[in-house]
Design a protein around this ligand. Structure first.
Ligand code: F6R
Length: 630
């Protein structure tokens, strides 16, 4: 039974898709609908005096579903008294009370908040001896079968395409068993284990067959990082290298996606291939750039047959290829400017920024203390050298990303210099490689990041008085998991904008950040913009969103492109180097093992290459921005 899910799209739109999938703007709303389906099932079964057998997943994807179920229990009286739950997996070896265990995860996110009977909770055991594992796994499958099978199975998907811990190569008929974890999976888990070397190499997981036998399956996938594997699972042929593709054979499965995780599906990436489109300027630009990439031609050399042969004949109904080519070429060409704060005293109709006022007040919001130079260091440098009054506001302290050995180094220097000894602090730092839930250490770590930031901003050339450390409270939990933003966060952001009254605000629109800090910072910023938009000074304020640390704007989304010369690239690199604690073995690197300066430089060069390939000027590197209209 599928309830409350919007239509997945017309048959034509989904004709490349072999799994029923629904796309939501926002994972939170999507999670509510999934939680609702689970709650309805529990209640229906309650009415019939039956047990409801749930298969549950861990990881970041189901957290909002569990939050909503907990809310329903507390506020709407949803009872879990008839629920019997089976978790997909557990690391092996792993003690139940270890904070990295899935036992602990389930208790924190669901079980300790609802009235499920402890004897009805089943999670594979990570604390058995090797000899006990096989028997335990067989009994796990048997128990599920004895209870009549799983009524509803919730899944996430790994970047390897795994479901549960069924890694590539898993068998279609596999049962619950001990498995070896894929390197990518272990790497993805390293943040919670403080280093890949601490992530167990094996786990116990329900098998593909165990999962397939569930009566209803819902798989959740959020974020850009999942887009490529989602496309493979949904659109490609079934392949044991993408275990989630086995679900194509299930007759009651839904993939619940957000805009980012669905972005590689054909109906989103190249909708003209699936049917008639509602053409607007952005879609037209997207199609033409896609056509350039497909035909390996520049915009101005695309021909009528290129359009016709690649499902884009619809575009030729109202315009000639020549007119379309020119329109899109000009659109992209006009995004390019060496004057990100506007070029003074020139006609600006086709320029991305206004000429006047010629000296602007600029406020750069940087979620962590380094995103400013990583993501827009070249533009920052130009704004300063072109005489604008540039301020930077570092939204969070970034303190958890400083390793204990770095904190120790600074503490030891200070203590030798000042002749003050704090042996307790030194030994705490020396013998611990986990993030310390210790305020003093966090405070020092935050200060280190502040001083590093000042190194960079002084190098770019702004006075210290223009550098603002906001230390937003939502970030200050001392762990990877952050609190929900509160009114205090909003007030701090609102105050700084009202104080500076900027003509330009730059903010990170980089939503692939693996810990969500950028997303929270952006959400708070958008909220504040709504509150402030009626203020007189805001009428003159333009907002530009940058990306770069994790991923990049697509070419058709760009509104301003700021080219960099080889020398400017080196200056940007140097500014990033001031953030020394974030170099080399940086603690929270995400999926990309390159250092931040390497990946941003690669991206800036890649955009320049993209521009060159579609027939625009040949630059060494380019930073890009999208204007946000509020
Ligand atoms: C968790 C599990 C895994 C995760 C998957 C996605 O019990 O079995 O398959 O669902 O690795 O993890 P997140 O949701 O953290 O991206």
């Amino acid at each position: 039974m599928i309830i409350n899910y919007k239509s997945p799209g017309t048959l034509e739109q989904t004709r490349f898709e072999k799994i029923h999938s629904v796309i939501f703007e926002d994972p939170k709303n999507a999670s509510k609908i999934v939680a609702n389906e689970i709650a309805e099932l529990i209640k229906n079964k309650q009415k019939k005096k039956q047990n409801c057998v749930l298969g549950l997943a861990t990881g970041s994807s189901p957290i909002s579903v569990y939050n909503e179920l907990v809310r329903m229990h507390k506020e709407d009286g949803l009872s879990f008294s008839n629920v019997i739950s089976f978790n997909l997996d557990e690391y092996f070896p792993m003690k139940n009370d270890n904070i990295q265990s899935y036992h602990h995860f389930m208790s924190v996110h669901l079980f300790s908040h609802v009235d499920i009977k402890p004897e009805n909770i089943f999670i594979p055991k990570g604390d058995l001896t090797n000899d006990e594992v096989n028997d335990h796994c067989q009994k796990y499958d048997q128990k599920i079968a004895d209870l009549g099978g799983i009524d509803f199975q919730l899944l996430g998907i790994g970047r390897t395409g795994h479901i549960g811990f069924n890694e590539p190569g898993s068998n279609y008929d596999s049962l619950t068993r001990r498995v070896h974890l894929n390197y990518i999976t272990r790497n993805d888990a390293r943040k919670s284990f403080y280093g890949i070397e601490n992530v167990p190499t094996t786990a116990i997981t329900m098998g593909i067959k165990t999962i397939r036998k569930s009566k209803r399956i819902v798989l959740l996938a959020w974020g850009q990082n999942k887009s490529s594997v989602i496309k493979k699972a949904i659109e490609n042929e079934i392949d044991s290298n993408i275990p989630a593709s086995f679900l194509q054979k299930h007759n009651n499965v839904t993939f619940v996606l957000d805009n980012s995780s669905s972005s590689d599906l054909t109906r989103i990436k190249s909708p003209w291939k699936v049917g008639s489109c509602k053409w607007d300027n952005e879609l037209k630009a997207k199609a033409v750039i896609w056509l350039c990439e497909t035909t390996k031609k520049s915009v101005l050399s695309l021909t009528e047959s290129d359009y016709n042969e690649n499902n884009l004949s619809e575009l030729l109904l109202h315009q000639s290829p020549y007119e379309i080519n020119l329109e899109i070429f000009n659109k992209i060409q006009r995004t390019i400017t060496g004057w990100p704060g506007g070029k003074p005293d020139v006609e600006d109709t086709y320029r991305p920024e206004r000429a006047s006022p010629s000296k602007k007040r600029v406020l750069i919001f940087s979620p962590h203390p380094d995103d400013d130079v990583i993501s827009m260091g070249g533009t920052f440098d130009r704004l300063v050298s072109q005489g604008h009054e540039v301020h930077v506001a570092y939204q969070t302290s970034g303190n958890i990303a400083v390793s204990n050995s770095d904190v120790l180094k600074y503490v030891e220097v200070y203590q030798s210099f000042s002749n003050k000894k704090d042996e307790e602090l030194i030994s705490l730092l020396k013998f611990n490689n986990e993030i310390l839930n210790n305020k003093k250490v966090r405070n020092i770590a935050g200060l280190i990041r502040e001083k590093e930031s000042l190194g960079a901003t002084r190098f770019v050339g702004i006075p210290d008085s223009n550098v603002h450390f906001l230390r937003l409270p939502f970030y200050e939990t001392g762990s990877v998991k952050k609190s929900m933003p509160s009114l205090d966060d909003k007030k701090i952001m609102s105050n700084i904008i009202s104080e500076i009254k900027p003509h330009q605000i730059y903010a990170a629109g980089d939503l692939a950040d693996p810990h969500g800090t950028h997303k929270v910072c952006l959400d708070v910023f958008f909220d504040v913009l709504q509150d402030l938009k009626s203020e007189k000074f805001m009428k003159d304020c333009w907002v530009w969103l940058y990306r770069g640390a994790w991923h990049e704007w697509e070419t058709h989304q760009i509104d301003m492109s700021v080219p960099m010369s080889p020398n400017q690239i080196l200056r940007k690199r140097k500014a990033i180097f001031y953030h020394q604690t974030q170099k080399d073995n940086v603690m929270f690197q995400g999926d990309d093992n390159r250092e931040f300066w390497v990946r941003t430089e690669d991206r800036n060069r890649a955009i320049a290459k993209r521009f060159r390939e579609i027939g625009l000027s040949d630059y060494a590197a380019i930073e890009t921005f999208k204007r946000y209209h509020f």
